[in-house]
Design a binder for this molecule. Structure first.
Ligand SMILES: [Zn+2]
Length: 402
């Protein structure tokens, strides 16, 4: 055999060998797909005094500059995901009010709230819900000033990108975005994602998320410790931070797309993680009731890609009353914390951020606690393959035992 042929064969063998891990990762995604289907078929229904609405928070359109997404795409993606609400959070513009111009009210049966994402003079980032024209000036004001102004205007304020937030001592903010898809996606290795994409994108585009999804351990710690330090309620939410602009694209010199691997088109982003809000039955979903539910922490985070988390409930009861996640309850002799899950799962109860008790393979659990503290639960699906069984499926809001 001629030397160049040997070399060519050797190269070919090396290329094939290098692809084995990615072929195996595609096989693993296929297994995950099968497990998710089976898990979803085992759901149990939930009946109580609340109606659950699911939606996506922290969504950008073309208005803010970073995104190319248009309103029709966002509405269509919400519809195809059967979402009830979307919280828009447009970057402000110096020349016009993006909050006024973005989606608000009901479109095609989906409720939209028109928020802003702003950066303050201290480079802290906040979600203002709803936003307003003054968002454009936020970068000239101190964080506390921006929060106070928003509260005066009757808006909710959430800390975005808590990993970069410096003003935890501020007062009056409502909550923290403890998980953000975009922040998580920024940790991906582009080379691994490229080959995962080649092997798996066509068959399992959604499940590529599973290859990098990680429990937001540091942000959960920041949230838990802010609650302990400030001795105040603080609502946890997740942000899709959907821009429809994350991915890898190869274009030829005339701009034709040779390979387009968009990791966050709205439709896919809305499928990964959702905020589920609980509105008292009898009242309808509108901007008012949704904002009340979010501000009260009557909501939870569900990584619904792995199974629809609808039906999850977390309540606390003393001898006199039963309260919901997000609420405070007075400790008498004991508090009964009740968790109900739509699917058999591992339930971990945390007190002030520390794992406290857990139970596996159950759709319900009652924990009796006798100490004050903020109690929240994380639910896991041990039936998911590999390290996904170690990543949370549901993150509740806390019940504050006072
Ligand atoms: Zn954003």
């Amino acid at each position: 055999m001629k030397p160049w042929k040997k070399l060519a064969l050797l190269l070919l063998a090396l290329i094939l060998l290098s692809q084995i891990p990615f072929a195996y990762r595609r096989y693993k995604l296929g297994r995950l797909h099968a497990v998710i289907q089976q898990t979803n078929s085992q759901r149990v229904a939930m009946l109580d005094d609340f109606v659950e609405y699911k939606g996506a928070m922290h969504v950008h359109s073309f208005l803010g500059g970073h995104s190319t997404g248009n309103f029709n795409e966002i509405i269509a993606a919400a519809k195809s995901n059967q979402l009830d609400f979307i919280v828009m959070t447009e970057h402000p513009s110096k020349n016009f009010s993006t909050a006024e111009m973005t989606l608000k009210g009901v479109h095609a049966g989906v409720l939209f709230i028109n928020g802003n994402e702003v950066s303050t003079a201290q480079s802290d980032r906040l979600l203002l819900i709803p936003g307003n024209g003054s968002a454009a000036d936020a970068d000239r004001h101190q964080t506390q000033q921006v929060i106070t102004q928003a509260k005066v205007a009757n808006a909710m304020v959430f800390v975005a990108y808590p990993e970069e937030f410096k003003s935890w001592d501020s007062t009056d903010y409502d909550g923290v975005e403890v998980y953000n898809v975009y922040s998580n996606a920024r940790k991906i290795n582009p080379i691994i994602t490229f080959f995962d994409g080649l092997w798996s994108y066509r068959s399992y585009p959604d499940l590529l998320f599973a290859t990098f999804y990680q429990r937001p351990a540091e942000n959960l710690r920041r949230w838990d410790s802010a609650i302990v330090t400030r001795k105040q309620r603080l609502v946890g939410v997740a942000g899709n931070d959907a821009h429809a602009n994350v991915g890898l694209t190869l274009k030829d010199t005339s701009g034709n797309t040779l390979l387009g691997l968009n990791l966050d088109p709205y439709e896919r982003s809305f499928r990964l993680v959702r905020v589920h809000a609980l509105v008292p039955s009898g009242s309808t979903l509108d901007a008012e009731t949704l904002r009340a539910a979010l501000a009260a922490g009557h909501c939870f985070i569900g990584f619904d890609l792995f199974s629809d988390s609808s039906g999850f409930r977390f309540t606390g009861a003393n001898a006199k009353e039963t309260r919901l996640q997000g609420d405070e309850i007075t400790l008498e002799s004991e508090i009964r914390l009740k968790v109900t899950a739509p699917i058999s799962s591992r339930i971990v109860l945390l007190r002030d951020g520390n794992a406290f008790q857990s139970e596996s393979g159950v759709t319900g659990k009652e924990f009796i606690v006798t100490e004050r503290g903020s109690y929240r639960v994380e639910l896991y699906l041990p039936q998911l393959p590999g390290s996904l069984s170690e990543q949370p499926w549901i993150l509740s809001n806390p019940i504050y035992v006072k």
